[in-house]
Design a binder for this molecule. Structure first.
Ligand SMILES: [Zn+2]
Length: 453
Protein backbone atom coordinates (compact mmCIF):
# COMPACT_ATOMS: atom_id res chain seq x y z
CA UNK A 1 0.00 0.00 0.00
CA UNK A 2 2.80 2.33 1.01
CA UNK A 3 4.45 1.56 -2.28
CA UNK A 4 1.29 2.49 -4.19
CA UNK A 5 0.96 5.84 -2.40
CA UNK A 6 4.60 6.60 -3.06
CA UNK A 7 4.11 5.69 -6.70
CA UNK A 8 1.09 7.99 -6.98
CA UNK A 9 3.01 10.87 -5.40
CA UNK A 10 5.96 10.36 -7.70
CA UNK A 11 3.64 10.14 -10.69
CA UNK A 12 1.83 13.33 -9.77
CA UNK A 13 5.06 15.19 -9.31
CA UNK A 14 6.36 13.82 -12.57
CA UNK A 15 3.12 14.80 -14.28
CA UNK A 16 3.52 18.36 -13.07
CA UNK A 17 7.10 18.36 -14.17
CA UNK A 18 6.12 16.97 -17.55
CA UNK A 19 3.51 19.69 -18.00
CA UNK A 20 5.99 22.46 -17.43
CA UNK A 21 8.64 20.80 -19.53
CA UNK A 22 6.22 20.36 -22.39
CA UNK A 23 5.07 23.94 -22.29
CA UNK A 24 8.58 25.20 -22.11
CA UNK A 25 9.97 23.03 -24.82
CA UNK A 26 7.22 22.69 -27.34
CA UNK A 27 5.54 26.06 -27.37
CA UNK A 28 2.84 25.88 -29.99
CA UNK A 29 4.58 23.23 -32.09
CA UNK A 30 2.21 20.45 -31.49
CA UNK A 31 -1.09 22.17 -30.76
CA UNK A 32 -4.11 20.95 -32.76
CA UNK A 33 -2.28 18.50 -34.93
CA UNK A 34 0.64 16.88 -33.18
CA UNK A 35 0.89 13.73 -31.20
CA UNK A 36 1.44 15.76 -28.06
CA UNK A 37 3.91 13.38 -26.51
CA UNK A 38 6.27 15.36 -24.38
CA UNK A 39 9.79 15.71 -25.71
CA UNK A 40 10.93 14.75 -22.30
CA UNK A 41 11.33 11.24 -21.03
CA UNK A 42 12.41 10.03 -17.63
CA UNK A 43 14.10 7.04 -19.20
CA UNK A 44 15.91 9.25 -21.64
CA UNK A 45 16.88 11.89 -19.12
CA UNK A 46 19.98 9.85 -18.56
CA UNK A 47 21.70 9.18 -21.79
CA UNK A 48 20.43 5.88 -23.25
CA UNK A 49 23.15 3.33 -24.15
CA UNK A 50 22.53 3.91 -27.84
CA UNK A 51 23.09 7.67 -27.75
CA UNK A 52 26.42 8.56 -29.36
CA UNK A 53 26.95 4.88 -30.01
CA UNK A 54 25.88 3.65 -33.39
CA UNK A 55 27.72 0.37 -33.05
CA UNK A 56 25.42 -0.52 -30.19
CA UNK A 57 22.38 -0.13 -32.46
CA UNK A 58 23.86 -2.10 -35.34
CA UNK A 59 24.87 -4.83 -32.89
CA UNK A 60 21.26 -5.18 -31.73
CA UNK A 61 20.01 -5.49 -35.30
CA UNK A 62 22.72 -8.00 -36.06
CA UNK A 63 22.08 -10.02 -32.91
CA UNK A 64 18.32 -10.20 -33.53
CA UNK A 65 18.77 -11.32 -37.14
CA UNK A 66 17.56 -8.15 -38.86
CA UNK A 67 20.21 -8.42 -41.60
CA UNK A 68 19.94 -12.13 -42.22
CA UNK A 69 16.16 -12.70 -42.29
CA UNK A 70 14.37 -11.00 -45.13
CA UNK A 71 10.88 -12.43 -44.53
CA UNK A 72 9.10 -10.20 -42.01
CA UNK A 73 7.01 -13.12 -40.71
CA UNK A 74 10.18 -15.10 -39.97
CA UNK A 75 11.71 -12.11 -38.30
CA UNK A 76 9.45 -11.61 -35.28
CA UNK A 77 11.41 -11.19 -32.07
CA UNK A 78 8.66 -9.99 -29.72
CA UNK A 79 4.92 -10.62 -29.57
CA UNK A 80 3.57 -8.03 -27.19
CA UNK A 81 0.07 -7.80 -25.71
CA UNK A 82 -1.93 -4.60 -25.81
CA UNK A 83 -4.61 -3.60 -23.36
CA UNK A 84 -7.19 -1.29 -24.92
CA UNK A 85 -9.40 1.06 -22.97
CA UNK A 86 -12.25 2.45 -25.03
CA UNK A 87 -14.33 5.41 -23.87
CA UNK A 88 -18.01 6.03 -24.53
CA UNK A 89 -19.99 8.93 -25.91
CA UNK A 90 -23.81 9.04 -25.71
CA UNK A 91 -23.73 5.51 -24.31
CA UNK A 92 -21.88 4.15 -27.36
CA UNK A 93 -18.24 3.09 -27.40
CA UNK A 94 -16.23 5.55 -29.52
CA UNK A 95 -14.97 2.78 -31.75
CA UNK A 96 -16.68 -0.42 -32.81
CA UNK A 97 -15.08 -3.86 -32.71
CA UNK A 98 -14.59 -3.62 -36.50
CA UNK A 99 -12.53 -0.44 -36.01
CA UNK A 100 -10.51 -2.03 -33.20
CA UNK A 101 -9.67 -4.90 -35.52
CA UNK A 102 -8.50 -2.38 -38.13
CA UNK A 103 -6.35 -0.58 -35.52
CA UNK A 104 -4.50 -3.75 -34.49
CA UNK A 105 -4.13 -5.00 -38.06
CA UNK A 106 -2.76 -1.64 -39.25
CA UNK A 107 -0.40 -1.51 -36.29
CA UNK A 108 0.97 -4.92 -37.27
CA UNK A 109 0.97 -3.99 -40.97
CA UNK A 110 3.42 -1.09 -40.42
CA UNK A 111 5.55 -3.16 -38.05
CA UNK A 112 5.78 -6.06 -40.50
CA UNK A 113 6.31 -3.72 -43.46
CA UNK A 114 9.36 -2.24 -41.74
CA UNK A 115 10.48 -5.51 -40.17
CA UNK A 116 10.64 -3.99 -36.71
CA UNK A 117 10.66 -7.50 -35.21
CA UNK A 118 7.71 -6.57 -32.97
CA UNK A 119 4.04 -7.48 -33.44
CA UNK A 120 1.07 -6.96 -31.15
CA UNK A 121 -2.04 -8.83 -30.02
CA UNK A 122 -4.95 -7.86 -27.77
CA UNK A 123 -4.48 -9.30 -24.29
CA UNK A 124 -8.21 -9.36 -23.66
CA UNK A 125 -11.47 -7.89 -24.87
CA UNK A 126 -11.15 -4.09 -24.89
CA UNK A 127 -12.33 -2.56 -21.65
CA UNK A 128 -15.23 -0.20 -22.24
CA UNK A 129 -15.28 2.69 -19.81
CA UNK A 130 -18.81 3.12 -18.50
CA UNK A 131 -18.67 6.79 -17.61
CA UNK A 132 -19.62 8.91 -20.61
CA UNK A 133 -17.98 12.05 -19.34
CA UNK A 134 -14.51 10.55 -19.53
CA UNK A 135 -14.45 10.45 -23.34
CA UNK A 136 -12.82 13.87 -23.53
CA UNK A 137 -9.60 13.72 -21.61
CA UNK A 138 -7.56 16.61 -20.34
CA UNK A 139 -3.92 16.19 -21.27
CA UNK A 140 -2.33 17.38 -18.04
CA UNK A 141 -4.47 15.81 -15.30
CA UNK A 142 -7.22 13.49 -16.50
CA UNK A 143 -5.11 11.46 -18.93
CA UNK A 144 -2.34 10.76 -16.36
CA UNK A 145 -4.87 9.93 -13.63
CA UNK A 146 -7.07 7.67 -15.67
CA UNK A 147 -4.12 5.77 -17.07
CA UNK A 148 -2.57 5.41 -13.63
CA UNK A 149 -5.72 3.86 -12.13
CA UNK A 150 -6.38 1.61 -15.09
CA UNK A 151 -2.85 0.44 -15.66
CA UNK A 152 -2.37 -3.21 -16.54
CA UNK A 153 1.01 -4.92 -16.24
CA UNK A 154 2.87 -6.91 -18.84
CA UNK A 155 1.37 -5.15 -21.84
CA UNK A 156 1.20 -1.80 -23.60
CA UNK A 157 -1.73 0.23 -22.29
CA UNK A 158 -3.63 2.21 -24.93
CA UNK A 159 -6.60 4.51 -24.35
CA UNK A 160 -8.98 5.43 -27.18
CA UNK A 161 -10.54 8.80 -26.38
CA UNK A 162 -12.80 11.20 -28.25
CA UNK A 163 -10.50 14.15 -27.61
CA UNK A 164 -7.31 14.82 -25.81
CA UNK A 165 -7.59 18.45 -24.81
CA UNK A 166 -4.34 20.33 -24.51
CA UNK A 167 -4.51 24.04 -23.80
CA UNK A 168 -6.71 25.64 -26.42
CA UNK A 169 -6.45 22.76 -28.90
CA UNK A 170 -6.58 19.02 -29.06
CA UNK A 171 -3.91 16.48 -29.95
CA UNK A 172 -4.44 13.39 -32.10
CA UNK A 173 -2.68 11.17 -29.66
CA UNK A 174 -0.14 11.31 -26.91
CA UNK A 175 2.13 9.17 -24.82
CA UNK A 176 2.43 9.75 -21.10
CA UNK A 177 5.94 8.80 -19.97
CA UNK A 178 4.99 8.92 -16.29
CA UNK A 179 2.16 6.38 -16.51
CA UNK A 180 3.65 4.59 -19.55
CA UNK A 181 0.34 4.76 -21.39
CA UNK A 182 -0.58 5.76 -24.93
CA UNK A 183 -3.64 7.78 -25.94
CA UNK A 184 -5.11 7.84 -29.41
CA UNK A 185 -7.99 9.95 -30.60
CA UNK A 186 -10.77 7.77 -32.07
CA UNK A 187 -10.72 7.69 -35.89
CA UNK A 188 -7.21 9.08 -36.24
CA UNK A 189 -4.74 8.03 -38.94
CA UNK A 190 -3.68 4.45 -39.65
CA UNK A 191 -0.19 5.10 -38.24
CA UNK A 192 -1.31 6.80 -35.00
CA UNK A 193 -1.13 3.66 -32.92
CA UNK A 194 2.24 2.64 -34.38
CA UNK A 195 3.54 6.16 -33.60
CA UNK A 196 2.33 6.30 -29.98
CA UNK A 197 3.45 2.75 -29.18
CA UNK A 198 6.86 3.56 -30.65
CA UNK A 199 7.14 6.28 -27.96
CA UNK A 200 6.57 3.50 -25.42
CA UNK A 201 9.68 1.87 -26.87
CA UNK A 202 11.80 5.01 -26.50
CA UNK A 203 11.48 6.68 -29.91
CA UNK A 204 11.50 10.47 -30.05
CA UNK A 205 10.25 12.86 -32.73
CA UNK A 206 12.86 13.57 -35.45
CA UNK A 207 11.95 17.29 -35.21
CA UNK A 208 12.59 17.40 -31.47
CA UNK A 209 14.12 20.76 -30.46
CA UNK A 210 14.12 22.03 -34.05
CA UNK A 211 13.46 25.58 -32.93
CA UNK A 212 16.31 25.61 -30.44
CA UNK A 213 19.77 27.07 -30.75
CA UNK A 214 23.01 25.45 -31.86
CA UNK A 215 23.40 23.48 -28.63
CA UNK A 216 20.11 21.59 -28.99
CA UNK A 217 19.06 21.73 -32.62
CA UNK A 218 19.82 18.81 -34.90
CA UNK A 219 21.91 19.95 -37.86
CA UNK A 220 21.17 18.99 -41.46
CA UNK A 221 24.86 18.10 -41.91
CA UNK A 222 25.29 14.50 -40.70
CA UNK A 223 28.99 14.97 -40.04
CA UNK A 224 28.77 18.15 -37.99
CA UNK A 225 30.42 17.67 -34.61
CA UNK A 226 28.75 18.69 -31.38
CA UNK A 227 30.40 21.43 -29.35
CA UNK A 228 32.45 19.55 -26.82
CA UNK A 229 31.01 19.31 -23.34
CA UNK A 230 31.52 17.01 -20.39
CA UNK A 231 28.66 14.62 -21.28
CA UNK A 232 28.25 15.12 -24.97
CA UNK A 233 30.65 14.33 -27.74
CA UNK A 234 30.66 13.08 -31.29
CA UNK A 235 28.31 14.04 -34.07
CA UNK A 236 25.46 16.49 -33.71
CA UNK A 237 22.91 14.01 -35.11
CA UNK A 238 23.82 11.44 -32.45
CA UNK A 239 23.09 13.92 -29.70
CA UNK A 240 20.28 16.18 -30.91
CA UNK A 241 16.82 15.72 -32.41
CA UNK A 242 15.86 12.09 -31.93
CA UNK A 243 19.56 11.26 -31.41
CA UNK A 244 19.54 9.04 -34.51
CA UNK A 245 21.54 9.86 -37.63
CA UNK A 246 19.52 7.83 -40.12
CA UNK A 247 16.47 10.02 -39.55
CA UNK A 248 17.15 13.35 -41.29
CA UNK A 249 17.10 16.64 -39.40
CA UNK A 250 13.73 18.21 -39.98
CA UNK A 251 11.44 21.01 -38.89
CA UNK A 252 8.03 20.04 -37.53
CA UNK A 253 6.50 19.00 -40.87
CA UNK A 254 2.91 19.91 -39.97
CA UNK A 255 2.74 22.78 -42.45
CA UNK A 256 5.42 21.75 -44.93
CA UNK A 257 4.18 18.70 -46.82
CA UNK A 258 1.85 18.66 -49.83
CA UNK A 259 -0.66 16.01 -50.86
CA UNK A 260 1.97 14.24 -52.95
CA UNK A 261 3.97 13.91 -49.72
CA UNK A 262 6.68 16.32 -50.99
CA UNK A 263 8.46 18.60 -48.59
CA UNK A 264 7.53 22.21 -49.40
CA UNK A 265 9.43 24.07 -46.67
CA UNK A 266 12.31 26.47 -47.28
CA UNK A 267 13.67 26.54 -43.73
CA UNK A 268 17.34 26.27 -42.95
CA UNK A 269 19.01 25.08 -39.78
CA UNK A 270 21.08 27.30 -37.48
CA UNK A 271 24.13 26.78 -39.71
CA UNK A 272 22.31 27.88 -42.89
CA UNK A 273 21.80 24.43 -44.43
CA UNK A 274 18.41 23.85 -46.05
CA UNK A 275 16.36 20.93 -44.70
CA UNK A 276 15.67 18.07 -47.07
CA UNK A 277 13.72 15.63 -44.91
CA UNK A 278 11.92 12.44 -45.77
CA UNK A 279 8.21 12.94 -45.24
CA UNK A 280 7.29 9.34 -44.53
CA UNK A 281 8.75 8.64 -41.12
CA UNK A 282 6.15 7.31 -38.69
CA UNK A 283 7.60 9.48 -35.91
CA UNK A 284 7.26 12.71 -37.96
CA UNK A 285 4.31 15.08 -38.22
CA UNK A 286 3.73 15.48 -42.01
CA UNK A 287 0.67 17.56 -42.94
CA UNK A 288 -0.94 14.43 -44.37
CA UNK A 289 -0.43 11.58 -41.95
CA UNK A 290 -1.09 9.12 -44.78
CA UNK A 291 2.43 9.95 -45.99
CA UNK A 292 3.84 8.03 -43.03
CA UNK A 293 4.97 4.43 -43.49
CA UNK A 294 8.58 4.08 -42.35
CA UNK A 295 10.73 3.25 -39.37
CA UNK A 296 14.47 3.47 -40.03
CA UNK A 297 16.94 0.73 -38.95
CA UNK A 298 18.16 2.86 -36.02
CA UNK A 299 14.60 3.43 -34.88
CA UNK A 300 13.94 -0.30 -35.08
CA UNK A 301 17.08 -1.01 -33.04
CA UNK A 302 16.00 1.48 -30.35
CA UNK A 303 12.59 -0.20 -30.07
CA UNK A 304 14.19 -3.66 -29.83
CA UNK A 305 16.62 -2.37 -27.19
CA UNK A 306 13.75 -0.88 -25.17
CA UNK A 307 11.72 -4.11 -25.39
CA UNK A 308 14.74 -6.14 -24.30
CA UNK A 309 15.15 -3.94 -21.21
CA UNK A 310 11.56 -4.41 -20.10
CA UNK A 311 11.02 -6.68 -17.09
CA UNK A 312 8.47 -8.45 -19.30
CA UNK A 313 10.92 -9.13 -22.11
CA UNK A 314 11.03 -12.89 -21.41
CA UNK A 315 7.22 -13.04 -21.54
CA UNK A 316 7.22 -11.33 -24.94
CA UNK A 317 10.23 -12.83 -26.65
CA UNK A 318 9.63 -15.45 -29.35
CA UNK A 319 13.04 -15.58 -30.98
CA UNK A 320 16.32 -16.06 -29.19
CA UNK A 321 19.60 -16.36 -31.09
CA UNK A 322 17.65 -17.32 -34.20
CA UNK A 323 15.72 -20.07 -32.39
CA UNK A 324 11.97 -19.93 -31.82
CA UNK A 325 10.98 -19.76 -28.15
CA UNK A 326 7.61 -19.26 -26.43
CA UNK A 327 5.81 -20.76 -29.40
CA UNK A 328 2.58 -20.74 -27.41
CA UNK A 329 2.42 -16.98 -28.17
CA UNK A 330 2.22 -17.56 -31.91
CA UNK A 331 -1.05 -15.79 -32.77
CA UNK A 332 -2.42 -15.71 -36.31
CA UNK A 333 -2.79 -12.43 -38.17
CA UNK A 334 -6.54 -12.85 -38.55
CA UNK A 335 -6.61 -11.54 -35.01
CA UNK A 336 -8.24 -9.85 -33.26
CA UNK A 337 -11.25 -12.05 -34.00
CA UNK A 338 -12.84 -12.72 -30.62
CA UNK A 339 -16.25 -11.17 -31.37
CA UNK A 340 -18.80 -11.37 -34.17
CA UNK A 341 -17.94 -7.84 -35.27
CA UNK A 342 -14.26 -8.78 -35.45
CA UNK A 343 -14.94 -11.83 -37.65
CA UNK A 344 -12.39 -12.47 -40.41
CA UNK A 345 -13.67 -12.88 -43.95
CA UNK A 346 -13.50 -16.49 -45.12
CA UNK A 347 -13.89 -16.92 -48.87
CA UNK A 348 -15.13 -19.80 -50.92
CA UNK A 349 -12.37 -22.33 -51.55
CA UNK A 350 -10.06 -20.81 -48.97
CA UNK A 351 -7.86 -22.55 -46.40
CA UNK A 352 -7.17 -20.34 -43.39
CA UNK A 353 -4.74 -20.96 -40.57
CA UNK A 354 -5.82 -20.07 -37.01
CA UNK A 355 -4.21 -20.57 -33.63
CA UNK A 356 -5.48 -20.58 -30.06
CA UNK A 357 -2.47 -19.05 -28.37
CA UNK A 358 -1.36 -18.25 -24.90
CA UNK A 359 -1.82 -14.67 -23.64
CA UNK A 360 0.94 -13.22 -21.47
CA UNK A 361 -0.56 -11.51 -18.39
CA UNK A 362 2.53 -10.21 -16.64
CA UNK A 363 4.94 -11.85 -14.22
CA UNK A 364 2.47 -12.13 -11.35
CA UNK A 365 -0.42 -13.72 -13.21
CA UNK A 366 -0.85 -17.01 -14.99
CA UNK A 367 -1.05 -16.75 -18.76
CA UNK A 368 -4.53 -16.93 -20.24
CA UNK A 369 -5.62 -18.90 -23.31
CA UNK A 370 -7.29 -17.48 -26.40
CA UNK A 371 -10.98 -18.41 -26.15
CA UNK A 372 -12.51 -18.21 -29.59
CA UNK A 373 -12.21 -17.24 -33.25
CA UNK A 374 -14.91 -15.75 -35.45
CA UNK A 375 -15.04 -15.93 -39.24
CA UNK A 376 -17.70 -14.62 -41.62
CA UNK A 377 -18.81 -16.33 -44.80
CA UNK A 378 -20.72 -14.69 -47.62
CA UNK A 379 -23.28 -17.15 -48.99
CA UNK A 380 -23.59 -16.53 -52.72
CA UNK A 381 -26.32 -19.00 -53.69
CA UNK A 382 -29.14 -21.00 -52.24
CA UNK A 383 -27.11 -24.13 -51.41
CA UNK A 384 -25.87 -25.41 -48.05
CA UNK A 385 -22.23 -24.59 -47.24
CA UNK A 386 -19.98 -26.91 -45.25
CA UNK A 387 -16.75 -25.91 -43.48
CA UNK A 388 -14.37 -28.09 -41.53
CA UNK A 389 -11.40 -27.81 -39.21
CA UNK A 390 -8.34 -29.89 -39.91
CA UNK A 391 -5.16 -30.39 -37.97
CA UNK A 392 -2.23 -28.02 -38.47
CA UNK A 393 1.23 -28.20 -36.82
CA UNK A 394 0.50 -28.19 -33.09
CA UNK A 395 -2.20 -29.93 -31.08
CA UNK A 396 -5.68 -29.92 -32.57
CA UNK A 397 -8.05 -28.00 -30.24
CA UNK A 398 -11.26 -29.42 -28.86
CA UNK A 399 -13.90 -27.05 -30.18
CA UNK A 400 -17.55 -26.25 -30.51
CA UNK A 401 -18.81 -24.69 -33.75
CA UNK A 402 -21.79 -22.38 -34.09
CA UNK A 403 -23.19 -20.40 -37.01
CA UNK A 404 -25.16 -17.18 -36.52
CA UNK A 405 -26.97 -14.83 -38.85
CA UNK A 406 -26.22 -11.10 -38.74
CA UNK A 407 -28.78 -10.60 -35.94
CA UNK A 408 -26.73 -13.07 -33.87
CA UNK A 409 -29.45 -15.73 -34.06
CA UNK A 410 -28.09 -19.30 -33.99
CA UNK A 411 -28.68 -21.07 -37.29
CA UNK A 412 -26.50 -24.19 -37.03
CA UNK A 413 -24.06 -26.09 -34.79
CA UNK A 414 -21.26 -28.61 -35.32
CA UNK A 415 -21.95 -32.03 -36.82
CA UNK A 416 -21.38 -35.32 -34.98
CA UNK A 417 -17.64 -35.37 -35.73
CA UNK A 418 -17.40 -31.99 -33.96
CA UNK A 419 -15.11 -30.52 -36.61
CA UNK A 420 -17.59 -29.86 -39.42
CA UNK A 421 -20.43 -27.36 -39.64
CA UNK A 422 -23.06 -27.01 -42.35
CA UNK A 423 -24.92 -23.77 -42.97
CA UNK A 424 -28.30 -24.83 -44.36
CA UNK A 425 -29.67 -23.38 -47.58
CA UNK A 426 -31.78 -20.22 -47.36
CA UNK A 427 -29.02 -17.66 -46.71
CA UNK A 428 -28.44 -16.59 -50.29
CA UNK A 429 -26.93 -13.10 -50.47
CA UNK A 430 -26.30 -13.00 -46.70
CA UNK A 431 -23.25 -13.16 -44.45
CA UNK A 432 -23.20 -15.92 -41.85
CA UNK A 433 -20.87 -15.81 -38.84
CA UNK A 434 -19.06 -18.87 -37.50
CA UNK A 435 -17.88 -18.99 -33.91
CA UNK A 436 -15.13 -21.51 -33.13
CA UNK A 437 -14.88 -21.89 -29.37
CA UNK A 438 -11.75 -23.33 -27.83
CA UNK A 439 -12.74 -25.96 -25.28
CA UNK A 440 -9.31 -27.47 -24.74
CA UNK A 441 -7.04 -26.47 -21.91
CA UNK A 442 -3.94 -26.59 -24.11
CA UNK A 443 -1.79 -23.48 -23.84
CA UNK A 444 -1.45 -23.69 -27.60
CA UNK A 445 -3.28 -25.38 -30.44
CA UNK A 446 -3.88 -24.58 -34.09
CA UNK A 447 -5.95 -25.66 -37.06
CA UNK A 448 -6.83 -24.95 -40.67
CA UNK A 449 -10.33 -23.93 -41.58
CA UNK A 450 -11.31 -25.40 -44.93
CA UNK A 451 -14.18 -24.92 -47.34
CA UNK A 452 -15.66 -28.38 -48.03
CA UNK A 453 -18.53 -27.41 -50.36
ZN1 LIG B 1 4.62 11.61 -30.92
Amino acid sequence: MKKKILYILVTLLTGMLLSTQTKAQLGSDDAETGCGASEFSLGLLFSPPWAQNHEYLFDILDKEGYYTTSDSLDYIVYRIPIKLFVYKRSKNPLVTDEVIKTYIQELNHYNLLNRTGIVYYLNDRPEIETNDRKARLGYYLEAPWISLWNYERGCVNVHIAEYINKGKGTVRGTYNYATKSAFVKANSSSTSLAHEIAHHFDLLHPHRHWKRGKMRQESVDRNRKIKFSLFRHGRNCDNNGDKLCDTQAEPNLTNFVNKQCEYTGTNTDNWGDAYHPETNNIMSYPTYRDCRNEFTPSQIAVMLAAASKSRHASGWKVKNKGQNVNQQLNFDFNEPDNTLKMATEFKMGERQWHSFHSIYKGKRKKSAVDVCDWVRVYIADNKPVTLRLVSAQAAMPTVSLQAFNSSEKLVSTESADAYTITIPSGFEGQTVYIKITNKSKNPYSDYYLEWVK
